[in-house]
Write a protein that binds this ligand. Sequence first.
Ligand code: HAM
Length: 436
Amino acid sequence: MAGFQSLPGFRDFYPEDFSRRQHIFRGWRTAATSFGFQEYDAPVLEPLELYKTKSGDEIEAQLFSFTDKGGREVSLRPEMTPTVCRMVGEKAGALKRPIKWFSIAEFYRYERAQKGRLRAFHQFNADIFGEAGPEAEIELIALLIQCLAGFGLTKDDFYVRLSDRDLWFFYLEALGFNDAQARSVLTAIDRYEKAGDDAFKVYTEAHGVMDADKKDRVLAFLRIKSLAELEAALAAFNSEKLTARLADWRKVIAGVSAMGLADFIAVDLSVVRGLAYYTGFVFEAFDRKGDLRALAGGGRYNDLVRKLGYADLPAVGFAIGDVTTGLLIEQRGLAPAHSTAPQVYVVIGGAAERTAAFGDIQALRAAGLRVEYPFKDLAFGKQFKAASDSGAKVALIYGGDEVAKGVVKLRDLADRSEREIPRDQAVATMRDLLRC
Ligand code: HAM
């Protein structure tokens, strides 16, 4: 094959693809700003150390990392969370709280390519720093829903599964698991949906076979699908920690419900998230049909800012990916038609008229109109065909007679009606006509 191909998992964005991508980014940005989040950006290349142990084994194994010419160990960013923690940590004292930030950026993970998973992809990240209470979760879950609902997706298209790592740890502690065992159980739960009972192998290897009664209780907890079931399961325990957690759960569910979004969320304790830093509520968004990989994921990570060497700052956030979001929008027929059509096509009689036309073209464009014209002198017939093929609403015709009279002929390309307008009124007339 001639030429070059892009690397596996990396995409070229031809204009049509780019316009779809922009539609997604625009939707996310609109949602975030309406929720009062502020946009930021950061470097694509970071010190490798930022991700080591902080992000977790899975991401660490997927890093695009190398040694730069100055001998530094560096990595392309696989996610935004450690970076945004560093940025907020650096200025924590000076930032007004709660800190509500968002970004839209590209990330790199050396993943096995599969549907919905690439090696370079975009994420919309939204995070709140400085709010320890579940009010931050309510705000972020509502934003996540709006980031998808804004495209016309409904509760029949996607939903958010809500779970809680704290609750799991308190529950496992109440069942008698120590901290190391509890961590192994959560790793098993993270894999249970895909691997079934095999998911518990890691636990067995590290801690021996799990007591059958305990395992039943773990599996029963994993299958909990409502707040009522959760309350019933915890009623037998007399644990202050569990009671306090339940109060937070009620707050989150009541808040999201009061926003009219109850149908978009599902209690699902099988979600525990693979990333290493999550500490409390965790959530993931999926398409209802279950055809696609996760649309979004996030949760609370109260220790990460401190672990990076900064102040103790509670944090919660999520990221949505552009790949699965794009697939879902397409599947549901919600992708907008790609249109870069000009509004005005300028038809030019010949070399002599081109000078007059150019002055007006520049003025029309400076006024914000989308204007096209042929680079070379062409017969009128060809230019009219090009004008209607272009999708423009109006053709402005600069023939020898018109230019001599100081007018321009305006043709409505839909009904083919024509009239003359003074050239010095071309911009005002076009603005009126095209309502801009
Ligand atoms: P994550 O679950 O690793 O979380 O990624 C979030 C979303 O990014 C996924 O649900 C998916 O849509 C998209 N994504 C991840 N990897 C790929 C890939 N290889 N190809 C295409 N899309 C992908 C995080 O990254 C956390 N840092 C989110 C977060 C923000 N937590 C707190 N704040």
